[in-house]
Design a protein around this ligand. Structure first.
Ligand SMILES: [Zn+2]
Length: 371
């Protein structure tokens, strides 16, 4: 392939300093080019996407040879600092979406080398359908993060109405929406925030495994985010089992008094939630008694979650979804729960393994690769 109108990616600042050129600031992604005679500075300045390669070669005649220019451009392209301004954006995106996701695209461009397309990441997000179970403290923040990222289709499930006491942490709602259905308020909020997203509101109180199955069957999705907390002692198991059966990746998390945690289940690959419970109850048999008590007495969590705690956990969870779905980094929660202590920001990991005795996940095949 040939680069037509080379452009230094917008994500990188260009500093033409005495005797050196710095591309990109910060520790993570800067390179420096020694330029004691100052002859590469004009080349770098012409890599603005407005000039084609032939014009650049003509412009710099006498200062740099064609070979020097070609080699310089090739190096910057291979190292991931250049893109071709002549390549149009895919027609799947409207002009409005390109502006909305401009900074996302800048970020994605930093993941690309050579001729890899920054648009492919955003396109994948646009074609993704997430089912979000729970629009409470974590759920409303996850919902916002998904809408910011440009997830094209969100189905959100909740049954509650907005209460004033929710407003210390549930960012989708406001004082004037108190008393209204959360799903309906969320639908309006997301329609205002990002009208390019398909948002389905399902007002339903989940009360059985069969109902989770039904939601997933009537809303075929790519990813499930489970942040609903009722009925406690049941819903985690139901969602886990329904996701395992349908081979849907599951991301979950919760906030306690001092800490928050997130975990994921990738059917056919990682241990499932039930494996985690089996392992935990084997190590601490008294937990079985506690789970049984919670189930038979209908105990629910006494909520003491702060806004920043919910936001923190939600955004950790959203980043984990991004890592997994776009394959930009390994899962941090692969066979382990990540726990963060809000007082110290100390992170701890609780490892769990696939259990041979787990009746839920034992016969499930790996999720097929889809690009
Ligand atoms: Zn299992």
């Amino acid at each position: 392939m040939i680069i037509h109108r080379p452009k230094i990616k917008e994500a990188y600042e260009v500093l033409c300093l005495p005797a050196r050129i710095r591309i990109g600031m910060g520790l993570g992604y800067a390179i420096e080019i020694a330029d004691p005679e100052g002859k590469f500075t004009p080349l770098i300045q012409l890599l603005d996407g407005a000039h084609d390669l032939r014009e650049i070669i003509t412009e710099l005649n006498g200062l740099l040879t064609e070979q020097e220019i070609q080699e310089g451009v090739q190096l910057l392209l291979e190292e991931g600092y250049l893109e071709d301004a002549a390549v149009p954006a895919p027609s799947i995106f409207s002009e409005q979406e390109l502006q909305r996701y401009h900074v996302n695209l800048n970020y994605f461009s930093t993941l690309c080398k050579g001729f890899e397309s920054k648009y492919s990441y955003q396109e994948k997000l646009k074609k993704t359908h997430v089912v979000l179970l729970g629009l409470g403290g974590i759920g409303s923040n996850v919902c916002m993060a998904l809408a910011e990222l440009g997830i094209g289709h969100i189905t959100a499930v909740d049954f509650d109405r907005v209460e004033l006491r929710n407003l210390n942490r549930q960012v989708l709602y406001s004082t004037k929406t108190v008393g209204q259905l959360k799903t309906e308020v969320a639908r309006r909020h997301i329609a205002d925030f990002n009208p390019d997203i398909v948002f389905e509101a399902v007002n339903h109180r989940i009360q059985s495994l069969e109902e989770v199955r039904n939601i997933l069957d009537t809303h075929p999705c790519d990813i499930v985010v489970h942040v609903a907390d009722r009925p406690m002692g049941f819903i985690d198991n139901w969602v886990n089992e329904a996701c395992i059966e349908r081979r849907l990746p599951l991301f979950s998390g919760a906030v306690g008094k001092q800490n928050g945690f997130i975990y994921s289940v990738i059917p056919g690959e990682t241990a499932c939630y039930n494996c985690k419970v089996l392992q935990e109850t084997e190590a601490a048999p008294h937990l079985t008694e506690e789970i049984e008590f919670i189930r038979t007495h209908g105990i629910s969590d006494r909520n003491s979650a702060l806004g920043p705690a919910c936001m923190f956990s939600a955004y950790m969870l959203s980043y984990e979804i991004l890592r997994y779905h776009l394959k930009i980094a390994p899962l941090i929660t692969y066979n382990r729960t990540l726990v963060i202590d809000f007082m110290t920001f100390q992170q701890e990991y609780y490892h769990f393994e696939k259990q041979d005795t787990c009746p839920v996940c034992n016969k499930v095949e790996k999720i097929p690769e889809v690009s």
